[in-house]
Design a protein around this ligand. Structure first.
Ligand SMILES: C[S@@+](CC[C@H](N)C(=O)[O-])C[C@H]1O[C@@H](n2cnc3c(N)ncnc32)[C@H](O)[C@@H]1O
Length: 345
């Protein structure tokens, strides 16, 4: 089957329209995993009644949320409107988490606009039932380049808890060996070096994660068509640290379904939602494909490859190829972003 990499699906209205008819969820629908573990809703996370329906009576021990950050990928709002919106889904999260639970939120800071919305979100969180535990930075390998400033390579992750949830410290260890010697300390009368005292030969991730590869097109886990995919390794670290096998995890902004897939791999149940039927479909297909093939994404392919192979209209959107003589070719303006994408393969 020929490879047709997908462009960002939120920015290509014609392609979106053509793909929507292949999505099994409509707004308001919920998909129940036939194996009884996960649920995927096409629901708005800020509506409490929709979240209650999504949960279907289940309560969760961990929430991992990655909302749109009030930047380009989102219908732009004022900072206070954005924070009011966040307040709603945080409150919905609180109501479906058990008494001892953890909440992780990825949140961006726009350095060209007062670093919004990260600090505004943090201040809002002080009025909730959640207590802050850590402020983690994950380092991206690539950033948006500039010759006049430090290259932006950080992603911020806020960690909150309510009650006293478990924290499994083994999850903190990276594959990076400890190389620093020194830091001598007397223990029971004997002077010991730090490597003798430590529990592992590897360093702990701490609150600056430098060991996680940002997802890019050559990785197996890459999902063509998604623009904000988090690495599975980051989901797995959070899940291992803050949940136990069999626990229910929620993610209100599914997108490529990374949290759901990590939950599947680690024996947890995931209840997730996305407001966009296209991303709900991708999330479900990613799980189904993993169960069939053990592949975690679509390197050299895409989630709608079989529909594209059968549908000349879809192929025409992606390649500009004139598959039907009586159909007018797409204009240069329409083709350009798609062809730019093809260059990256
Ligand atoms: C930054 S992406 C999440 C990325 C995800 N963590 C991943 O690894 O693929 C944000 C997602 O939130 C969805 N979204 C935006 N507003 C929403 C809402 N009110 N309720 C549910 N989902 C929403 C968008 O469609 C988008 O797919």
């Amino acid at each position: 089957m020929q490879n047709h990499p997908l462009p960002r699906l939120d920015e290509t209205p014609e392609l979106r329209a053509a793909l929507l008819k292949h999505c099994r969820l409509q707004p308001g629908d919920v998909w129940q995993d036939p194996m009884g573990r996960h649920r995927v809703g096409c629901l708005d996370a800020s509506y409490s009644e929709e979240v209650v329906r999504l949960m279907n009576g289940r309560s969760a021990t961990l929430a991992i949320h990655d909302p749109p950050y009030n930047l380009a990928a989102f219908e732009r709002r004022s900072v206070s409107e954005f924070v009011d919106w966040c307040c709603k889904w945080v409150s919905n999260t609180d109501s479906v988490l058990g008494p001892d639970a953890s909440l992780y939120v990825w949140m961006g800071a726009d350095q060209t606009e007062g670093f919004q919305p990260l600090p505004d979100f943090m201040v809002m969180m002080r009025e909730t039932n959640f207590r802050p535990r850590s402020f983690i930075t994950m380092r991206n390998q690539r950033g948006y380049g500039t010759q006049k400033n430090w290259m932006a390579v950080r992603q911020e992750l806020l960690y909150y808890v309510k009650g006293s949830p478990a924290f499994n410290v083994e999850a903190e260890y990276t594959n990076i060996p400890k190389i620093l010697r020194g830091y001598y300390k007397e223990v029971n009368g004997a002077v010991t070096e730090n490597l003798e005292r430590s529990k592992s030969e590897n360093i702990r991730a701490g609150n600056v994660w430098v060991d996680i590869q940002q997802v890019f097109y050559r990785m197996e886990e890459n999902v063509n068509g998604c623009y904000a995919q988090k690495p599975l390794k980051s989901c797995e670290r959070i899940i291992c640290a803050s949940s136990n096998p069999g626990d229910v995890i929620i993610d209100f902004f599914a997108h490529s379904g990374s949290t759901l897939l990590a939950a599947e791999i680690l024996g947890r149940c995931c209840v997730t939602t996305d407001i966009d039927p296209l991303y709900c479909e991708i999330t479900i297909r990613r799980l189904e494909r993993f169960r069939r093939t053990r592949k975690t994404g679509w390197q050299n392919s895409n989630p709608f490859a079989s529909e594209i192979a059968q549908d000349p209209e879809l192929r025409r959107f992606l390649t500009g190829e004139d598959t039907q003589k009586d159909v007018a070719p797409v204009t240069n303006r329409q083709q350009q972003p798609l062809q730019q994408q093809l260059l990256f393969t």
